[in-house]
Design a protein. Structure first.
Length: 361
């Protein structure tokens, strides 16, 4: 780069640097208008502004030297930004939107600053290349952090589901299976000296064996329902028929068009509602259990309510053990919110709100 061009680049870089605060102010206003989630939390907005300031520094250094410059140490901050935004449901799409706003705002400022200067075309080209590389590098690293976070959450949910299945096997299968084993052991002691007691123990073992087989089939049915089902309403009715016992009245309905829900989201919604129903059947001692699922183009609203024994959420206990945590994780992974209302003696209501517009993005 010849001395005159270097001097021109240095002058334009200094003039552009003087406009940083103005560019950042315009950028801040634009992302608050275009990328709502960034403006919901001060920490995320601060991270976005810090990133934007570093991008402008990269562009300024590139104009000054005539070569694309990238501050590699800022990549660490980009990773932290992605990791910080993921728990707040900050999707990479929002980062791309913010990047587009920054790119347009910064490039306009560069063009205005370089207009009429010698070698303006070359300088603008260098600035554009620096802007593109600086922005895209940060998006790439932030997106990788977001993906890593989601994979960790999926792994946690899978482990929770495996623990739940283990509990189901222990509670529903282990109990009657132990009755079979115990009564067969007793039958052996009576086989030679008390045939009546021998027959009684064999009958009890047989009945427990039937219960064990039914329990195994029930667990297997649950696992099949988790893997695939034709539609949400039918899957929920099948589950209710398999689980509902006793005198409780079950009122279940689904309204709206299920085709509005992506298949993977539909499966997660089913698991959430199923877990809420399971808790009501197994723990509430309710006379009535009511469940509604309302599907709109922009949102799913689902709730399960019972008139059972209820519990105190502030006491640290819950009717579902790890089930409530699992439901909350699933709903939050979909960008939604889970609400719990329960009081001792007054029943329990669990309600989930899941946005579809955000999921579709």
């Amino acid at each position: 780069m010849d001395p005159s061009a270097l001097a021109t680049g240095f002058a334009i870089a200094s003039a552009f640097e003087a406009r940083h605060d103005t560019v950042l102010d315009v950028f801040r206003k634009r992302i608050l208008e275009a990328c709502g989630p960034l403006g919901l939390e001060d920490a995320l907005l601060h991270q976005a502004m810090t990133q934007a300031r570093q991008v402008l520094a990269d562009v300024t250094a590139s104009i000054r030297t005539g070569q694309v410059q990238l501050n590699e140490t800022a990549i660490v901050l980009a990773w932290q930004t992605g990791a910080a935004g993921a728990p707040s449901n900050l999707h990479p799409v929002d980062s791309v939107r913010a990047a587009a706003e920054l790119f347009e705002t910064a490039l306009d400022a560069v063009i205005e600053t370089a207009a009429g200067q010698p070698d303006a075309t070359c300088i603008i080209r260098t600035a554009t290349q620096a802007l593109q590389r600086s922005v895209m590098t940060r998006i790439r690293w932030a997106s990788e952090a977001y993906i890593a976070f989601l994979l960790d959450r999926v792994h946690e949910v899978q482990l929770a589901e495996r623990r739940r299945t283990a509990r189901e096997l222990h509670d529903r299968v282990g109990g009657p299976a132990s009755v079979v084993t115990r009564n067969l052991e007793l039958a052996r002691t009576y086989v030679e000296n008390d045939l009546d007691k021998f027959r009684d123990k064999i009958d009890i073992a047989h009945q427990a064996g039937v219960q064990t087989l039914d329990a195994v089939r029930g667990v297997a049915s649950d696992l099949r329902l988790e893997s695939r089902f034709d539609n949400l309403e039918q899957a929920l009715h099948n589950f209710v028929e398999a689980m509902a016992e006793g005198n409780a009245t079950i009122d279940l309905s689904v309204s709206g068009d299920e085709s509005w829900i992506p298949a993977e989201v539909l499966a997660e919604v089913f698991l959430v509602i199923r877990e809420a129903l399971r808790n009501a059947f197994c723990h509430s001692e309710a006379n009535t259990v009511v469940s509604r699922v309302d599907i709109a183009p922009h949102e799913i609203r689902a709730w399960v309510s019972d008139d059972g024994v209820g519990f105190d959420p502030d006491s640290g206990g819950s009717t579902g053990g790890g089930g409530l945590a699992s439901m909350r994780e699933r709903v939050e992974l979909l960008g939604g919110k889970l609400l719990l209302d329960s009081r001792p003696g007054l029943g329990t209501r669990i309600e989930a709100f899941i946005p579809l517009a955000r999921t579709a993005e």
